[in-house]
Design a binder for this molecule. Structure first.
Ligand code: GLC
Length: 468
């Protein structure tokens, strides 16, 4: 092994499972062996990601969509006005009123609305009716029903964009599945629902992805920002690409030098290119998910699934008689019961060398663990989390190499990144080892999906004015 590969190999190891019973330790480590990626596998994934990115950008079949967002510039401090922003994608739907003066937010009112499961997974029309109802409710409560309000719509799902104002939904992801509106324009669905109500003067001027909002919000904090990353319920990234490298332009490109590309890396591997790392745990996780056989990569790494991967492993160890031998914890058998936030809490114990969080989490499942159970649960959380952080780092390192910029700041948002105690440090370490020639920095942004939507709406108006 070359020295650089040896360093990488050593860095991606997790601490050995510290059990006194050697046979049991060996059995558990063997059960998890496929979750542990070697340096050679990391390099192989890097090559595949690079090739899928290149194919996607050249409009060839690829599991990476590499979608043109039609956002050709970053905020430059001239953004002005009163904007509405919508954020749909995570667990809540949010409506925001944002006032920008010289690119700075001087006013921000926010309201969260819950979206019931029957709206998230039924017909799409009632869903968009409900979104329009929330918008009206919010605008009227602000007393702005007679004011023309430009709106930026953060719609965090894969879409085909023909312009800044169209977003044809390609597939639902995460907790949404309203099949009758797939292949429909989310902007038109929203506009139509607002028009049917006719009780406000809201004007949808731009649609965007949450990664894009994060990149733009990051750019207001650090001008080197050129990647937006979400590590939350779902996971995805976008980046600033040279416009002449992008083949899909509708209408034709007019002088843009750069443009933001939405990678949609959650779908990485949907064409089978990542099957060689798929474990039985991943197969079960996929089978238990709302949208089976789609968003392969997201199911390895994101907050909606990481807890479930851990749960599936724990249940396997339990069934093999290696864990919780004193009781049968029925609650643990429920799909989706082990939240990713529990993984973050347990990982905090590993960092601190304690066990109190782990005990608290297990108490929710009526489990009173012994010392060995504690170590095993912590080990499983570490292995699954470490794989996720490594996979994200592999893609980011490859992206940095592809971008060939002097220095890149990566703006990050999302509950997994923010709540997990080790993601940031693992990512800093792994990206540096995988892409040693590139200078990068990870920064956290606050609410890119909300604030970013207002910034995009402001940019959309500036672009329109320039064309007039
Ligand atoms: C899913 C969506 C993607 C979004 C990500 C993070 O992967 O498909 O558009 O950016 O979740 O919310």
């Amino acid at each position: 092994m070359m020295p650089a590969e040896r360093i990488l190999h050593e860095a991606i190891q997790v601490a050995p499972l510290g059990l006194t019973d050697d046979v049991k330790r060996q059995k558990i480590e063997n059960s998890l062996v496929q979750m542990r990626l070697s340096a050679a596998t990391a390099r192989k994934i890097q090559d595949i990601f690079r090739s899928e990115m290149n194919k996607g950008i050249h409009q060839q079949p690829s599991s990476l969509q590499m979608e043109n967002t039609y956002i050709p510039e970053l905020p430059n401090g001239t953004e002005e006005g009163l904007f509405l922003a919508l954020d749909l994608g995570g667990t809540n739907f949010r409506v925001l009123l944002i006032e920008l003066v010289n690119g700075v937010i001087v006013r921000e009112d926010v309201k969260k609305y819950h979206i019931d499961a029957h709206l998230r997974t039924g017909s799409g029309i009632p869903l968009f009716e409900y979104l329009a109802e929330c918008v009206s409710n919010f605008v009227i409560s602000e007393g702005l029903q007679d004011v023309e309000l430009p709106l930026g719509f953060t719609f965090s799902f894969p879409m085909i964009q023909h312009s800044l104002e169209t977003g044809i939904l390609l597939t639902w992801t995460k907790s949404f599945n309203c099949p009758d509106v797939v292949n429909k324009d989310a902007v038109k669905l929203l506009k139509d629902a607002l028009a049917r109500r006719a009780d406000t003067r809201v004007k949808v001027v731009a649609v965007l992805n949450d990664t894009t909002g994060t990149l733009l919000q990051g750019a207001t904090q650090d001008p080197n920002t050129a990647i937006g990353l979400i590590l939350g319920t779902g996971s995805n990234a976008c980046y600033l690409e040279r416009a002449d490298k992008v083949e899909h332009w509708e209408p034709e490109r007019h002088g843009e030098r750069e443009v933001i590309i939405d990678i949609e890396w959650g779908a990485f591997g949907d064409n089978g290119v990542l099957d060689f790392i798929k474990t039985d745990f991943d197969r079960e996780n996929d089978a238990n998910s709302l949208l089976v056989k789609s968003f392969t990569f997201e199911k390895y790494i994101s907050g909606k699934y990481l807890g479930e991967v851990v749960r599936i492993i724990l249940v396997k160890l339990l069934k093999d008689g290696l864990l919780f031998t004193r009781e049968t914890p029925k609650k643990l058998l429920t799909v989706g019961s082990f939240l990713t936030d529990y993984v973050s809490l347990i990982e905090q114990d590993t960092v601190d060398g304690g066990g109190s969080n782990t005990k608290e989490v297990l108490a929710k499942f009526d489990i009173v663990p012994d010392e060995e159970d504690l170590k095993i649960v912590q080990y499983v959380c570490e292995v699954a989390s470490n794989r996720a952080a490594l996979l994200v780092s592999i893609c980011l390192a490859t992206l940095l190499d592809h971008m060939e910029r002097e220095e890149v700041t990566i703006a990050v948002d999302g509950s997994l990144y923010k709540h997990h105690p080790r993601f940031e440090s693992w990512m800093n370490q792994y990206i540096s080892l995988l892409s040693p020639a590139r200078k990068f920095k990870l920064i956290q942004t606050q609410d890119g999906s909300g604030k970013g939507a207002a910034i995009v709406a402001a940019i959309a108006l500036k672009l329109k004015q320039r064309l007039e």
